[in-house]
Design a protein around this ligand. Structure first.
Ligand code: ATP
Length: 236
C-alpha cells in the first residue's frame, strides 16, 4: 500500500468538510476521486499533500505515518500535487517553472533526464521553453503544471482537476499523458469533475458526497453503476 487515509476528518473553522474519509492507493495505480462541487475532493487532496491539517484520523504513506508532517517534507518523501487552477509562476519561463519543480533534488543527471522526459511527454513545452508561463494557453499551462510536478519525481502524483477549462481534444491529450506517466511507474491520485474520462482511465475510484465516501470500486464498475451514471455521467 502506498497511501492510506484512515478515518480522516478536516475542518475549516467550525465547518467539517471531511467526515471520516478512508481510502487506499496501491503502488502503480491510478485512483480517481469523483464527486459534485463541494463534495470534498480538493480538501482530500490538501489533506494528503499537507496543505490543510487533519482534525482527526491518520494518513500513512509508504508505511510511515505522515499525518502531522509538514507539506514541504511530504514533497521530499515523494508526494507532489499539481494544484487546481494550475498555479504556474506566470513571470517565469516554461523552463524556469520546470526547474522549480526539481528544487528539492540534488541529482543533476537525474534532473536532466527527467527534463528530457517531460519535454518528450509535452513537446509543446519544449517549443515554448523560453516563453513566460503567464502567456501560455490554458491547456499549455496545465501541461506545465503536470510537467513541473513530474520534475520532483514523485512516488505519488496528486492531480486536482487536470481537465478543468480545457477543450475536449486537449482533455483527451492530458488523460493520455496521465496514463503514460502511470505506465512509466508513477502512482496517480486524481480528482475530476470529468468522471467519464477519469473512471475510464483509473484502476479504481471513490465517489465522494458531502464529505464522505459513498461508493468505491474499479473504474469499470463505477462507470457501469446506475447511480453513478445518473449522478455523474449525465446518463439515466
Ligand atoms: P469543487 O469540485 O467545487 O472544487 P470539491 O469537491 O473539491 O469541490 P472542496 O473544495 O474540498 O470540494 O470543499 C468541500 C467543502 O469545504 C465545501 O463545502 C467548501 O465550501 C468547504 N471549504 C473549502 N475550502 C474552504 C475554506 N478555505 N474555508 C471554508 N470552507 C471551505
Amino acid at each position: 500500500m502506498l497511501l492510506e487515509l484512515q478515518d480522516v476528518t478536516l475542518k475549516y473553522g467550525r465547518i467539517e468538510a471531511l467526515h471520516g474519509i478512508s481510502l487506499q492507493v496501491e503502488e502503480g495505480e491510478i485512483v480517481a476521486l469523483i464527486g459534485a462541487n463541494g463534495a470534498g475532493k480538493t480538501s482530500t487532496m490538501r489533506a494528503v499533500s499537507g496543505l490543510n491539517p487533519l482534525a482527526s484520523g491518520k494518513i500513512v504513506f509508504n508505511g510511515e505515518d505522515i499525518s502531522t508532517l509538514r507539506a514541504d517534507l511530504r514533497v521530499i518523501k515523494g508526494i507532489c500535487q499539481s494544484p487546481e487552477g494550475r498555479g504556474v509562476f506566470p513571470g517565469m519561463t516554461v523552463r524556469e517553472n520546470l526547474d522549480m519543480g526539481a528544487y528539492t533534488r540534488r541529482d543533476s543527471a537525474g534532473i536532466a533526464a527527467d527534463l528530457e522526459r517531460v519535454f518528450g511527454l509535452f513537446p509543446r513545452l519544449l517549443e515554448r521553453a523560453k516563453q513566460a508561463a503567464g502567456t501560455l494557453s490554458g491547456g499549455e499551462q496545465q501541461m506545465l503544471a503536470v510537467g513541473r510536478a513530474l520534475m520532483s519525481r514523485p512516488k505519488l502524483l496528486l492531480l486536482d482537476e487536470p481537465s478543468m477549462g480545457l477543450a475536449p481534444m486537449i482533455i483527451q491529450q492530458i488523460f493520455d499523458i496521465i496514463t503514460e506517466i502511470n505506465q512509466q511507474g508513477t502512482t496517480v491520485l486524481l480528482v475530476e469533475q470529468n468522471a467519464q474520462q477519469a473512471l475510464s482511465r483509473a484502476h479504481r475510484g471513490y465517489v465522494l458526497e458531502t464529505g464522505a465516501i459513498v461508493k468505491a470500486g474499479t473504474g469499470q464498475d463505477l462507470l457501469t453503476d446506475p447511480a453513478v451514471k445518473e449522478a455523474y455521467l449525465g446518463v439515466a
